[in-house]
Every structure is written in C-alpha cells, then in structure tokens.
Design a protein around this ligand. Structure first.
Ligand code: 6PG
Length: 250
C-alpha cells in the first residue's frame, strides 16, 4: 500500500499538468540550489503531453541552461517518426524553451543497432554523472507513465529486463508496438530522488488500483520504490475511479 499523501487526484488534465509543473519548479529549484544543476528523466506516451505543453508555457523562471533532460525509454525509430518519444517531447516542450542542445540527452536510434544504442545511452548517462561501471546515477526526478498492463518506461510484465541489476539502459523487445525499444532499468529508477507517475484515463483504473492498493507488487510499476526517494502519483478522476481512498490536491 502506497502512502496516500503521495497520491493526488485531479478533475482534469489541465489541473494535473499545472500541479505537476509547480512540483517540477520546486524540485528543480532545490536541485539547482543544492548542486548547481537539475537532472530529469522524461517519458513518452500520450499522458504527459498536457504537462509538457504547460511546462513549455510556464511563466515561472525556469533555469533551462542548468537543466539536463534524459529519456526513460525510446522506441527504436528515427526522431522524425511519429512514434519517437524524443520527437514527441521536442514537439511539445523542447522546441518552445531555451534549453541548450547539449543538455538534452536523447537516445540515438539512427545508424546503430539496438544493443549499441542502449550501450551508448548508458555511456552518456555515466559521463554526465561522472560515475564508473559499478555505480548507479541519482536523478533528481524521473517522470513515468503506466500502461494498462502495468508496464512503466519500457519495462514490461514478466520480462527478464525487470531483474537487470547492473546495466543502466538495456534493449528490449516489447509486445506493444513499436516492439524494439531501449529503456532505463529499475536500478536507475529506484535510485532516483523523486518519481512522478502521471496516469490518466478510465482504461488505467484497474491496473492503478492493483499498483496502489494490492500488495502483490509483481507489476513493473509496482516495483518502483526508490531507496531514498519519494513517489508521487498524479492521477485524473477516471483513472482514480476504482481507488478506495482518494486525496484531492486542490
Ligand atoms: C512509451 C512510454 C510508456 C508510457 C506508457 C503510458 O514510450 O510507451 O514511455 O511507458 O509511459 O505506455 O502511455 P500513455 O500515456 O500513452 O498511456
């Protein structure tokens, strides 16, 4: 059972996006005060689009030059493909803010194999955090979604990728198309300072109840328990409709 204080339910996607932008600003400001930079991991899918748009339009002062963005997962397609997570984030966020190109750590998918892509992404993460092959980075914030089957990032139920304990990024073959993907591992996710799940839609209600209220904990999203960090669930009413206890954030 997840502490209900970390579960926020919203009437609509705009309210959810605005609240999440405010949390983003708090977390990034604190990280920049503490260390001089903010490292965040973004996800693809439809749900975060409203958040990306609101973040891009935010009137708050955001230190984009001190912000470094990574991806939780990527579909193995060119960046111009409509299925590209980088392409989606670029369209709704990156093209609208003044973030230096070198602060955007996308997962290369062109002219490279799936395995090479995962290895190169891991090298990029290690270089940024200046860590060796034995250490796991601590991102300030990882933003995740949840699939109807309980997947998160591109970690799917019942797959060996869930038990990867050493690598930071791995290639996976997913049942959900496009099948070839690269994903960060649970080792990285569970070392983050903060995790925000964004979940919307009635089709997520059943799986969300299982993740939040059941104790079985076998689904990929149920295995997100950062060792020293916090998990926030931002949920719209339809996705929250089967939860027994609800806490409104507004
Ligand atoms: C991806 C994602 C994935 C996503 C969930 C939810 O590339 O597919 O990163 O983990 O977050 O599938 O997606 P929706 O928001 O579209 O429901």
């Amino acid at each position: 059972m997840i502490d209900e204080d970390k579960i926020f339910v919203f009437d609509d996607s705009e309210g959810m996006a605005d609240f999440t932008v405010a949390r983003w600003n708090e977390i990034s400001s604190q990280a920049i005060v503490d260390k001089g930079y903010f490292s965040a991991v973004l996800s693809g899918g439809k749900t975060p689009v409203a958040f990306y748009k609101r973040l891009a339009a935010s009137k708050d002062i955001i230190s984009w030059h001190r912000t470094h963005l990574f991806l939780a997962d990527e579909r193995f397609v060119p960046p111009s493909d409509s299925e590209s997570n980088y392409g989606l984030i670029k369209e709704h966020l990156l093209s609208h803010v003044k973030i230096p190109d070198e602060n955007v750590h996308r997962i290369q998918t062109e002219g490279i194999t799936l395995e090479q892509s995962a290895r190169r992404y891991e090298e990029d993460i290690r270089r940024f955090f200046r860590i060796d092959g034995c250490s796991v980075p601590q991102f300030d914030l990882i933003m995740l979604g949840v699939g109807e089957d309980g997947h998160t990032a591109s970690l799917f139920p019942g797959k060996s990728s869930l038990s990867e304990g050493t690598r930071l990024a791995i290639p996976v073959i997913a049942e959900k198309p496009p099948g070839e993907r690269i994903t960060i591992t649970l080792a990285v996710i569970n070392n983050a300072s903060k995790i925000i799940f964004l979940v919307s839609g009635r089709n997520k209600a059943r799986v969300l109840k299982e993740i939040i209220e059941d104790k079985k904990g076998g689904l990929p999203a149920s295995r997100v328990h950062p060792k020293q960090g916090m998990v926030y669930f931002m949920i719209d009413q339809p996705a929250a409709s089967l939860l027994s206890g609800r806490k409104m954030a507004q």
